[in-house]
Design a protein around this ligand. Structure first.
Ligand code: BG6
Length: 488
């Protein structure tokens, strides 16, 4: 369904995110007829450039990041014709009136400003928009991550933006919420009656959330070395996944109903601080190794010339707990890292054993049920069940998955997370965006971990690129008599 006409202004319009994600996603929405006339997309950055040059740049980005067979010439032409460009000095006065003139005739349209810039500029840009009277009642401002570096900086950004806009017009991106399979997690839990009765500590022994990447820091060392895996992945994406698994059923899918429930989970996370950080967390940093038979450099070699030392973690494993009646005592093991052996994001719900095996020792071990929700790649859901091995030999069992593969069931590619999220901004649906109090509650939990690491001098353990992180990460879960899930 086509969305209402809009003007979308992309600050950071010549940047990496815009090229890799935003323009390819907008192009796909154009392709599917979701962008209606006379919508416009205006790139903004500090650099002086004319619209023709900007269009040529975006065309190149499409050719790089969209498969050739999707690039229908007529649609590319139509899309590029929507684009315009204005140079604006975010921290000064130049360019704002020019931007205003460009969209002055679109007062009745949805007017979205996407801030794909460094968060240092969020204050200046939102105040610039206000000062130059660019904000309308139909304005939405989208903030890209990272939303701060710790609680204090997140609060500073949030307060600066709140000076000029109400929360209902602020869209904080966590692109994991736009992933099809992440939304499917809600479908699985709340569109089926099967899981809810067993979704608690009486039936679930533990939960695992893994987001493993093969890539290293990909030329983003400048950013990453000041961030690290806890800030880059856990504070945002992985806590959001944990929230969707652990939250109570919201009463509706209305944005605040959903966000209220996620907030309760974040506030119920057991604190990790100096007293328990050594037993509950593992930090790692990759050294040179090999992935898929190809040797890859170590983390320090990927940083800028001259940087020879770093205490930044590229891997984290930790044991979290949600202190509520539903979940008390159930470990939530979280694990993420760069330069791991494969790219896989998945959530594993490990159920408890049957209370009693009536089959005696001849039946063999009854593996407890396991629900595996694969977020990427090979998106799907597997429910591991014990099944009788066919044959006359008596009751012998085998663990077999009920296997739902999205690719087989729903032929055709999954849309990128940004496609959904960009259209939600235009539609005015905040459900898949983080509210201020959520972001801050996540920092309230993450800050003491970072502080404890630094105060106790807990340096990252080195791991060979292409392995599953430091051995302590295996020990973290094995101490509790469990193992990280590996697809057999
Ligand atoms: C980003 C992180 O938010 O998410 C990156 O900054 C990471 O470091 C990326 O690589 C992972 O996203 P995806 O969609 O590829 O799983």
């Amino acid at each position: 369904v086509a969305v209402d006409p809009f003007d979308l202004v992309v600050f950071g319009g010549t940047g990496d995110l815009a090229h890799r994600k935003l323009f390819p996603s907008l192009f796909r929405r154009e392709h599917d007829g979701q962008i209606s006339e006379p919508s416009r997309i205006i790139g903004v950055s500090r650099r002086e450039m004319d619209a023709a040059h900007f269009r040529a740049d975006v065309k190149k980005a499409l050719e790089t990041y969209v498969p050739e067979e999707e690039l229908d010439k007529a649609i590319v032409k139509r899309f590029l014709a929507r684009l315009d460009y204005v140079a604006v000095d975010a921290t000064g006065d130049d360019g704002w009136e020019d931007l205003k003139a460009h969209i002055a005739d679109g007062l009745d349209r949805v007017r979205a400003f996407y801030l794909a810039t460094s968060p240092n500029l969020f204050d200046a840009i939102t105040h610039g928009l206000s000062k130059h009277s660019l904000l309308t009642p139909k304005t939405r401002v989208v903030l890209e991550k990272p939303l701060g570096h710790d609680l204090a900086s997140a609060q500073e950004i949030n307060s600066a933006v709140a000076d000029v806009l109400p929360e209902s017009q602020i869209y904080r991106i966590d692109h994991y919420l736009g992933k099809e399979t992440v939304q499917n997690l809600m479908a699985l839990r709340f569109a089926n009656v099967l899981f809810e009765p067993v979704w608690d500590s009486a039936h679930v022994r533990h939960v695992q959330i893994t987001v493993a990447e093969k890539v290293g820091v990909e030329g983003r060392g400048g950013y990453y070395d000041h961030s690290g895996a806890l800030r880059d992945m856990i504070q945002n994406h992985m806590l959001q996944l944990l929230c969707l698994v652990a939250m109570e059923p919201p009463s509706t899918m209305q944005a605040d109903a959903l966000r209220d429930e996620k907030l309760k989970v974040l506030r119920a996370l057991k604190p990790i601080d100096e007293t328990n950080v050594r037993t509950l967390t593992v930090r790692g940093q990759y050294r040179t190794g090999a992935i898929d038979g190809k040797s890859v450099p170590g983390y320090l070699d990927e940083l800028e010339d001259g940087v020879t030392e770093s205490a930044t973690e590229t891997f984290v494993a930790l044991k979290a707990e949600v202190q509520t009646w539903r979940w008390a005592g159930v470990p939530f093991y979280l694990r993420t890292g760069k330069r791991l052996p494969s790219r896989v994001s998945e959530i594993v719900i490990q159920f408890r054993e049957v209370p009693l095996s009536i089959f005696g020792s001849a039946g063999g071990f009854l593996a407890p049920n396991r629900l595996v929700i694969r977020l990427q790649p090979d998106e799907g859901v597997k429910l591991y069940l014990m099944i009788k091995d066919p044959g006359p030999g008596g009751m012998r069992f085998r663990e077999v998955p009920l296997n739902l593969s999205f690719a087989e069931t729903f032929k055709g590619p999954n849309p990128d997370a940004y496609e959904r999220l960009l259209m939600d901004v235009i539609r005015g649906n905040q459900a898949l965006f983080m509210r201020r109090d959520e972001v801050e509650a996540a920092w309230v939990w993450a800050d003491p971990i970072l502080e404890a690491w630094s105060r106790l001098g807990q340096k990252p353990a080195s791991y060979t690129a292409g392995t599953w992180g430091p051995s302590a990460a295996v020990a973290l879960i094995e101490r509790d008599g469990a193992t990280w899930h590996e697809d057999p």
